[in-house]
Design a protein around this ligand. Structure first.
Ligand code: AP5
Length: 208
């Protein structure tokens, strides 16, 4: 299966993707993770992306689309992928359609994880991420439950930046809900329940 995950910042896209990867072995392609890795490695691309990310704005399409194309061309993606955080606007969605058509591959579903904004601000303010494996947990996790790594707070999980990210989501990304609905690919799950309840519905919606 090839899946696109949609949803506001902090809706739980990464959390649900981790669960699907653990159970079914999908290739998890997160543009946020790819960009953070480039920032950490200090590459030219990372230096260009950092200012946009810290400000809660979208990194230019030219940068992100190139990254995704490269990643989709890798052998890991051939057995089924989850795109997390991409596409984020109509132009990215159209580029993705063109790229997949060129590869002779199609999307099976666009899964929207829905959560109200108030819940999101609370979640992101307490989110902590593992420095070594990228696991996402909360402020209650002093060390990573998966590999014992150090948990840190992302630079863009500050209240002002969260607000900016939510605004960008409403303006640029939310229209993709209609885009995928029109194609008959949209599936929607209520993300404001326990992670396991959400996951059970995710699997049903995807027919897994
Ligand atoms: P990105 O990394 O993609 O961030 P995002 O979309 O803002 O999503 P998040 O990672 O913040 O949230 P999530 O939905 O994955 O939630 P999570 O599972 O972690 O992008 C960061 C930046 O990179 C962007 O702002 C932009 O600058 C740039 N960028 C990335 N892609 C781009 C693109 N395509 N184009 C241009 N720029 C791009 O969960 C959040 C928290 O809630 C965690 O603590 C988790 O434990 C908790 N949680 C999850 N589910 C539940 C639940 N059911 N109940 C209670 N708590 C829960």
């Amino acid at each position: 299966m090839n899946i696109v995950l949609l949803g506001a910042p902090g809706a739980g896209k990464g959390t649900q993707a981790q669960k699907l990867v653990e159970e079914f072995g999908f290739d998890h392609i997160s543009t946020g993770d790819l960009l953070r890795a480039a920032v950490k490695a200090g590459t030219e691309l990372g230096k260009e992306a950092k200012g946009y990310m810290d400000a809660g704005k979208l990194v230019p399409d030219s940068v992100v689309i190139g990254l995704v194309k490269e990643r989709l061309g890798m052998p890991e993606a051939a057995a089924g992928f989850i795109l997390d955080g991409f596409p984020r606007n109509t132009s990215q969605a159209e580029s993705l359609d063109a790229e997949l058509a060129g590869m002779g591959v199609s999307l099976d579903a666009a899964l929207l994880v829905s959560v109200e904004p108030e819940v999101i601000v609370e979640r992101l303010s307490s989110r902590r991420t593992c420095r070594t494996c990228g696991y996402t947990g909360t402020a209650a996790d002093e060390t990573c439950p998966r590999d014992g790594g150090e948990m840190y707070q992302r630079d863009d999980d500050e209240p002002e930046t969260i607000k900016q990210r939510l605004d960008v989501y409403e303006e640029s990304t939310a229209p993709l809900v209609g885009y995928y609905r029109d194609k008959g690919l949209l599936r929607e799950v209520d993300g404001d329940r326990s992670q396991d309840e959400v996951y059970a519905d995710v699997k049903t919606l995807l027919g897994l």
